[in-house]
Design a protein around this ligand. Structure first.
Ligand code: PEP
Length: 253
């Protein structure tokens, strides 16, 4: 049984004091009506410690949005996986399309990050997704299949269940235009089958999320989608009330 996972990607938003207020509110809301989903907030590096402290003693988790896959050294401006570990991060987003497009991250680097995260006991949330033109050409499955294989190639089959995959069509991110739950379910099914065939891993235990313009208004649809184990939320996660409503769509205790 895969526990649903609801992840906030704050991107480059929220100062540390803003994060503190948000987390207090989120904690209150989810204490009143606890969700069955596992809830993770991925703030900018500068607010990780604040979020970690605000969540102490609750089931809420803190994650990160990125890291550099070297252990330490002359990498000005970067943050290592052990630095995230020391702040109790359980998850790290890897290969978000904004990092691929704006910061030139390649599938090779992303594959390395996935491996380093797993070796250090932090769950990578690997983002994959197609552009609108790839979709129009009917290439969605081919593109996603290729991204998955390149980014997961350093793993042993038994490590696959330790990865979370987030299907995030690029055209749906921040656009207000989400994919359909049917699209997300089909893609999740395809990803499991393809990885099962090529890596012979236990893909039934692997969690696959959907991300792209998820809101409290459309979450019911995604929460009901077969084989889709949760959501990665950008814009709507910046409001604690909206994010709590999304998390509660997975059922309350
Ligand atoms: C994201 O950037 O991961 C994302 C899903 O953003 P949004 O929810 O704003 O589309």
């Amino acid at each position: 049984m895969r526990q649903p996972l609801v992840v906030a990607n704050w991107k480059m938003n929220m100062t540390s004091p803003e994060a503190k207020d948000y987390c207090q509110r989120l904690r209150e809301l989810l204490q009143e009506t606890p969700t069955l989903a596992e809830v993770v907030v991925c703030p900018p590096f500068t607010a990780i410690e604040t979020v970690r402290n605000a969540f102490l003693g609750s089931d809420l988790q803190v994650g990160a949005q990125n890291f550099y896959p070297a252990p330490k050294g002359a990498y000005t401006g970067e943050v290592s996986i052990s630095m995230l570990k020391a702040l109790d991060c359980r998850y790290v987003i890897v290969g978000h399309s904004e990092r691929r497009l704006r910061f030139g991250e390649t599938a090779e680097t992303i594959g390395e990050k996935v491996k380093v995260a797993i070796e250090n006991g932090i769950t990578p949330i690997l983002c994959v997704g197609e552009t609108m033109s790839e979709r129009s050409l009917g290439m969605t499955e081919k593109v996603i299949g290729q991204q998955l294989l390149t980014c997961l190639k350093h793993l042993q089959p038994e490590q696959l269940p330790q990865v979370v995959v987030a299907y995030e069509p690029l055209w749906a991110i921040g656009s207000g235009r989400s994919a359909t739950a049917k699209d997300a379910a089909q893609l999740a099914k395809y990803a499991r089958q393809r990885l099962q065939r090529l890596m012979n891993g236990n893909t039934e235990a692997m969690r696959i999320l959907y991300g792209g313009s998820v809101t409290p208004e459309n979450i019911q649809e995604f929460a009901a989608a077969e084989g889709v184990d949760g959501v990665l939320v950008g814009g709507a996660s910046l409001n604690a009330d909206k994010f709590a409503a999304i998390a509660r769509a997975y059922g309350v205790k």
